[in-house]
Write a protein that binds this ligand. Sequence first.
Ligand code: HPA
Length: 277
Amino acid sequence: MAQVYEKLHACYESVRKITDFQPKVAIVLGSGLGDFAKEIQVEKEVPYSDIAGFPVSTVKGHDGKFIFGYLGNVPVVCMKGRVHYYEGYAMSDVVLPTRLMKLLGAEILFLTNAAGGINSALNAGDLMLITDQIACFVPNPLIGPNEDALGTRFPDMSEIYDHALSDIIRDHAKANSISIGEGVYAQLTGPSYESPAEIRMLKTMGADAVGMSTTVEAIAARHMGMRVCGISFISNKAAGLSANPLSHEEVQQAADAASEKFCRLVKDSVLAFGGLA
Ligand code: HPA
């Protein structure tokens, strides 16, 4: 078996020594959105550093642990902190946590991130339902030998973001009077933010928001047959679209301010996902 998959299975065994919890929904919390973890009735927390070989995040504000527990009676696993390609990990390591959560039982992946708004309708503090993505500026996470037991060599990506899950998010946004935009999320490697010319290029290509995560996790998840949905929290207007230079602190402060509506929407949506077959 290829090294990538040996490592994945070793991480699986390592977690299974700590807990036999079987999540149904996996939730990845983006920059500054970690408050959501408070909503979970915790059964077990597993710091990434306790999992042999697991990629550990180096970004300030990314705690780095799996939280296993319940939202209502829906068993969930929540990633508080993710690793990014710009930290220097191989792309196979960046998506290892996603694959691991599927092996542990999760059928649904709820991705969240902080992103820069490209579409002029998106302002700092807004939420955007991700309807599709542009991943071709980062290496594909499936490059390398394929593990047929996980998924097919050439997986279809014509509906990455699940329509039924997205409808549930829309319905719960409406029921909670939370306004939510929709659009295409583009991933670049970072860690530098984009130049205004790059933002103009992305806009021409059909991107509505830009960030440094998410699309590769979505590809790895679809490869394994997970159902995927996602919300971007628009922490700032993308480069060149506002007078201010971008800073990581600004991203985190904006996320704190929107934390309540974000938590309510994700929680209500996951409770509804629990009712799906
Ligand atoms: N660009 C890239 N990533 C980001 C941004 C941005 O403007 N905001 C938050 N994450």
